[in-house]
Design a protein. Structure first.
Lengths: 639, 615
């Protein structure tokens, strides 16, 4: 069946790779620029992905590194199937071109559109009126070209060369896109003076056995060709922030320049050691004078004092937009300006802590949405954020002074993947998600007296559940937050009281709900509510990427009902469901005595990351858990 | 089209009445506009604002827009922190960015400075001077930047050195006063506020002054805002030499509608041709921001922006002797009341008006997918300027009525002891109900996207869909489409249960009407009316007895009507019928209580459960 076919991920993600040692000029003749065939223009649909709006018939690249210069030759041939597909013919190429310093060049740009008119193949070339070049900001420019005469059925192709002298920061070769790719062939030819680590990332599966392809395929570091066919696109999916990671890519990472024996990071130890030697990173960490600038004297390296230093730096600095792994503005200068990058702020914090006698280090992160650092191949380009890590009594405390969070608590955006501690010894991995959780505890004391049903509710939000709500309370103000609660929990709730002391304390909320039940018979009560999970967030049948949640959570509801002997109640059964490996569980317990019913729902997610293969199980677990949380107790009154 | 500077970013649209949090406070703000001539206007602004907390996200940075016609001559800023030294910034300290990321090419740029501090309060002093080479777009004076901004006082002075005729439109403030040199305007103690539901019209909240030069200049082209007619004539003049189709191209285009008999059929053929032979690409350079590119260029290149594609379509229709008019409009779901009755330039889009016998149709020439003549919430039911030389006028685009925007749903629920619960849903959507559903272009999605979208739209809990189908929208001015879904409900833990609960809300279409506040300050706008009819048939085993059912509800109000009825027409079968009609209207705060009562009653009733006792 069709859906079964879709669910067969092997079919949909299959990528076929060959590793061949062939000459880079060996592209087949019909793959050359300008050699578009009549058959290609006549083609009506993408055979292996029939609904495609457009298809890359060819996505070829050739990277040549020679004499301190890298040339990236790009050639793409695109078939347009639908009106939407025509939009592919507006192409943007962003390139590095700082106002000061050496940038990249885009040269030899050409494009041709092919149509059939009166049975003949007609070519329309890109003219200068179709090309635009614009400065985006002080670092980047962008070329846009609009391929003319594109309609349904057209084939167009373009090619250009990107020249760069920044050999440490070569853009990866992208294999997978939001369109299907019929053929992608990529060759590289690297000057023997350079040593590059070449590896593949993304959801690349082997078509033969459906297993995920290994990343370290041992590509030749000098020369090679990678070819794959029928590469299918990847849909965007909820709970997977790192979309960029999901798409297949070939990465190039410079390790060594032989003439000077200059060693670039090849593994995480080397990367850490290298960073420690840099003027704008490691060398800053032992600078003195920040405590004095802060007007602070620290007597002993206690956790309390670390928190004090953190608070001082946090209150005196605010982050600017720019993110960079190295620091531009540090220490006293940063404190005086008040605005700096996240790196500026957190490196200043690390230096201040070191000055006060702490064992503090920068920790590199890749934030949610920016992908994950590779487990083996250290590439600084895959990090986008620096926080501070402090080791006290063998325990790591991590913090981000550019955020508004209290000491020791990271903002949610940082909870993505492992962080890398940077120190002279080579550093270590740090699980920044460890111990991070959100908790929602709801206690409902209900009773029936005469014709009135009353609930007295007490909610306690802790951890990340508290942080996000405290931000909301502070932003909206208490009155507006109460209004927000009414919208969430029902307009009838009253006597709302909100208690929150600070970011590191739980939020306590109490309110009352009263209902006249004189006309209600029978009485149906849903005991699990007020923010407990009653909806399954996983509605889709299909899943292609893994699931990455920022933190673990638990939802506990305790519902107690006391009633007079006029009433009889039926309650649901006690159940417990858990996912394999106890990654998540729910226990739903009921207890009934004379004039008393108690329901306890305890839902826990111990893990934050799930594999694609675990999706079905997770979805089923959630269905079961939310079914339990939707159970109803039924009360009847004696006549 | 271009929108002139001072782009207000209106954030989250929430509640009202409570004392709204104050994030920033202007203590001084003076703007001076000196008009030397229609070609030379100097704009000078000095302001001092205190940032009170971390939630201020606009005023904690300095953003000044410019383009080739508007040059920033002076710019400086000072940051005065709570403690410590004042920091001074000059023009060279600002970052220079492109201000328009949606266009392929644009002159719009911005100078940007982030002065974010984390120690509150701190104060920011900014002054700048811009030289405008034209007067078509005077900056609108809107001293309150966002809803959490408090303005102690702000003043405006216009030095009208050339004595040109100026016209003003003022909202939520006093009109400007005339003095010897020109005009002055002043506001003080402008309080923070909250946007209220069903009213996102900035002109209802912010003190705003439109400054309109009766005779203006744009890149050396002179025009007039004396009347809509004169503004239309100006646009006509900008357009006049753009139809340069060659004889050969005209001959080619003559074939587009060959074989079509009626005017409407010809228009449809032209629209099809346009959709097949063009695509939207935005290019906004110089006067090209207001002038369409030449028709022959569009024909040849097969791309253009809203101006180019509308103008090109007009040119094709002309080849076929069908009159059509270039029509300037303010597009956007919530922008239906942004253009006032008096001539002003605050439009952002162009469509085409084609008068047809009995009816007039409008063509959205940038869409590759719209049925011919369909406008959606983007441009329907609002004023627009029809450009037709001396006959230019303000017109109103098509309004879709509650009879045209409909959602009819038929759900068949079969409950059996052996096979669980089977559900079959048949739904017909039309007009704005169709385009807002996200299903208009469903069949253009890929197989994976289709399945994902159907799953994402599910409202029934634990519903596993095993068959789904959506028809293509009909090619009509009010398009229709049908949805057919079959599936089953996984019935967790219900096997031993003695009851079956059916949450009717999961089967009812969305009421789209919800008010949580008890008070109201601004009018309520219901712009897109509708009729929704849900019919639910439930077939159940004989041992299922209804323990709790529905009472009949009949609500007829000036805002619309709501009817619910439960029918037990056969053994082991019952039906629920719900009909909801929401009318178009603008309601003043005094009518709010009744409107809210109507909404609350719907919400309360929609949440009812149908309970079967299994005996």
């Amino acid at each position: 069946m069709f859906i079964q076919q879709l669910k067969n991920r092997k079919y949909f993600l299959g990528l076929l790779f060959f590793l061949l040692m062939i000459n880079f000029n060996a592209f087949a003749d019909n793959q050359k620029f300008g050699k578009v065939s009549l058959a290609e223009v006549q083609q009506k649909e993408c055979a292996y992905y029939p609904d495609a709006d457009a298809e890359y018939l060819i996505s070829n690249g050739y990277l040549r590194i020679l004499h301190r210069s890298a040339d990236y030759f790009v050639h793409r041939r695109i078939k347009v199937y639908t009106d939407e597909g025509k939009n592919e013919a507006t192409v943007k190429i962003m390139y590095y071109e700082p106002l000061n310093g050496q940038g990249e060049n885009i040269t030899s740009l050409k494009a041709i559109c092919y149509n059939i008119e009166n049975g003949e193949l007609v070519k329309t070339k890109l003219s200068s009126a179709d090309k635009f070049n614009e400065r985006i900001n002080e670092y980047y420019k962008e070329i846009t070209f609009v391929v003319p005469n594109v309609k349904k059925g057209s084939v167009f192709e373009y090619s250009y060369v990107r020249n760069s002298k920044h050999l440490r920061y070569l853009s990866p070769w992208q294999i997978q896109f939001d369109l299907p790719v019929a053929l992608t062939e990529f060759s590289y030819d690297i000057d023997a003076n350079y040593l590059y680590k070449i590896y593949v990332t993304g959801n690349v599966y082997n078509i033969e056995d459906g297993k995920k392809a290994k990343d370290n395929w041992g590509f030749d570091s000098q020369r090679g060709t990678l070819k794959s066919e029928k590469v299918l696109p990847m849909p965007l999916e909820p709970y997977q922030p790192n979309t960029e990671d999901v798409l297949g890519k070939i990465n190039f990472q410079l390790i060594k320049y032989f003439p000077t024996l200059e060693d670039f990071s090849s593994d995480y130890e080397t990367l850490a050691k290298d960073l420690m030697k840099r003027e704008r990173f490691g060398k800053l960490l032992n600078r003195k004078g920040i405590l004095k600038a802060l007007n602070l004297t620290i007597d002993a390296p206690t956790e309390e004092n670390a928190s004090l230093i953190y608070d001082y730096i946090q209150s005196k600095t605010a982050p600017s937009r720019f993110r960079n792994i190295t620091s531009k503005l540090f220490g006293k200068k940063l404190l005086s300006k008040g605005t700096g990058s996240v790196t500026d702020i957190n490196l200043t914090l690390v230096a201040a802590l070191n000055e006060a006698g702490y064992d503090a280090h920068p920790v590199l992160l890749s934030t949610r949405g920016k992908g994950m650092p590779h487990p083996v191949f250290a590439d600084i380009a895959r990090f986008d954020y620096v926080i501070a890590g402090i080791k006290i009594n063998d325990n790591w405390i991590t913090c981000d002074a550019s955020s508004n969070m209290p000491f020791g608590i990271l903002p949610t955006k940082c909870l993505n993947a492992q962080g890398r501690v940077i120190n002279k010894l080579g550093g270590e991995w740090l699980d920044v998600k460890k111990g991070k959780n959100a908790s929602n505890a709801i206690v409902i004391n209900a009773h029936i007296k005469d014709d009135t049903y009353t609930e007295e509710v007490n909610i306690r939000w802790s951890g990340y559940e508290a942080y996000s709500n405290i931000n909301k309370i502070e932003e909206k103000g208490i009155d507006e937050f109460k209004e927000f609660l009414k919208k969430e929990f029902g307009e009838e709730i009253k006597d709302i009281n909100i208690e929150h002391k600070g970011m590191d304390e739980p939020v306590n909320i109490t309110f009352k709900y009263v209902k006249d039940i004189s006309s209600e018979a029978p009485l149906y009560i849903n005991p699990v509510k007020y923010g407990a999970k009653v909806e399954n967030p996983f509605q889709r049948d299909l899943r292609f990427s893994g699931i990455n949640m920022p933190y673990a959570f638990k939802d506990i509801v305790v519902y107690k009902l006391t009633y007079s002997d006029q009433w009889t109640f039926e309650s649901p059964e006690t159940k417990k469901v858990q996912m394999q490996d106890k990654k998540c569980s729910i226990s739903y317990g009921t207890e009934k005595k004379d004039g008393f019913i108690q329901v306890i729902s305890d839902l826990r997610f111990m893990e934050t990351d799930f594999l694609t293969d675990e999706y079905d199980m997770l979805k089923t677990f959630y269905e079961a858990a939310t079914s339990l949380n939707n159970e109803i107790i039924v009360g009847k009154k004696a006549k | 089209m271009k929108n002139f500077q001072l782009i207000l970013i209106i954030s989250a649209l929430n509640f009202n009445v409570w004392a709204t949090n104050k994030n920033s406070e202007t203590v001084f703000d003076h703007t001076e506009i000196t008009i030397h001539s229609v070609d030379e206007v100097i704009y000078e602004r000095n302001y001092t604002v205190t940032i009170l907390n971390k939630f201020e996200e606009d005023l904690n940075k300095v953003i000044v827009y410019y383009d080739k016609g508007n040059i920033i001559k002076e710019l400086k800023a000072e940051v005065i922190p709570l403690q410590g030294k004042t920091k001074k910034y000059k023009k060279k300290d600002f970052e220079d960015w492109s201000a328009d990321f949606s266009s392929v090419a644009s002159d719009d740029r911005v100078l940007y400075l982030s002065v974010n501090q984390n120690n509150y309060p701190y104060t920011l002093k900014v002054s700048y001077l811009i030289e405008y080479k034209g007067s078509m777009f005077f900056p609108r004076w809107i001293p309150q930047r966002n809803r959490h901004h408090h303005v102690k006082e702000a003043s405006l002075k216009i030095n009208n050195l050339d004595g040109i005729n100026l016209r003003f439109e003022h909202f939520n403030m006093n009109p400007p006063k005339k003095d010897s040199n020109g005009y002055t305007a002043f506001v003080n103690f402008v309080e923070p506020f909250e946007f209220e539901y069903y009213n996102q019209n900035g002109l209802d909240y912010f003190p705003t002054l439109y400054i309109i030069a009766e005779n203006f200049s744009l890149y050396g082209n002179n025009g007039s805002f004396k009347s809509w007619q004169s503004y239309g004539e100006f646009q006509e003049l900008l357009n006049q030499n753009s139809n340069n189709l060659s004889e050969q191209q005209i001959a080619e285009l003559k074939k587009v509608a060959s074989g079509q008999a009626t005017v409407l059929e010809k228009i449809k053929a032209v629209y099809d041709y346009l959709q097949d032979n063009s695509r939207y690409v935005s290019v906004q350079l110089g006067v090209g921001g207001w002038q369409p590119q030449k028709a022959a260029f569009t024909h040849e290149k097969k791309y253009g922006d809203c101006k180019a594609l509308s103008y090109y379509t007009q040119s094709i229709l002309k080849v076929l002797d069908i009159d059509a008019y270039y029509t300037i409009i303010k597009a956007g779901k919530h922008d239906y009341h942004s253009i006032s009755e008096k001539p002003n330039p605050y439009f952002n889009h162009v469509i085409l008006t084609v008068p047809v016998k009995k009816d007039t149709i409008w063509l959205e020439c940038t869409s590759q997918t719209n049925p011919c003549g369909y406008l959606s919430t983007f441009t329907s039911d609002r004023p627009a300027l029809l450009v037709n030389g001396k006959n230019s006028e303000l017109i109103y685009t098509k309004k879709y009525t509650e009879e045209e925007n409909t959602l009819f749903t038929n759900s068949q629920i079969n409950i059996t002891d052996t096979e669980g619960i089977q559900v079959h849903i048949n739904r017909t959507l039309s007009g704005i109900q169709l385009s807002e559903s996200g299903l208009m272009h469903y069949n253009r999605l890929t197989a994976i996207e289709k399945k994902n979208q159907i799953d994402d739209l599910k409202t029934i809990k634990n519903f596993n869909i095993n068959h789904f189908e959506v028809t293509d929208p009909t090619n009509e001015i009010v398009p229709k489409a049908q949805v057919n879904i079959k599936g089953e409900i996984s019935n967790w833990f219900k096997s031993k249960s003695s009851r079956l609960f059916i949450n009717l809300e999961e089967y009812f279409s969305e009421a789209e009407l919800e008010f949580s506040k008890t008070e109201r300050e601004k009018p309520v706008y219901i712009q897109y009316p509708f009729t929704k009819i849900d019919t639910i048939h439930i077939q159940h085993p004989a041992n299922y007895v209804v323990e709790a059912g529905l009472k009949e509800i009949n609500l007829d109000t000036p805002f619309g009507s709501y009817h619910v009825q439960q029918l037990e027409n056969d053994t082991n079968q019952l039906s629920v019928i719900r009909k909801l009609v929401l009318l178009k209207g603008k309601y003043m705060p005094k009518e709010y209580k009744a409107l809210k009562a109507f909404a609350d009653e719907i919400e309360k009733n929609d949440q009812k459960k149908l309970v079967f006792k299994i005996e």
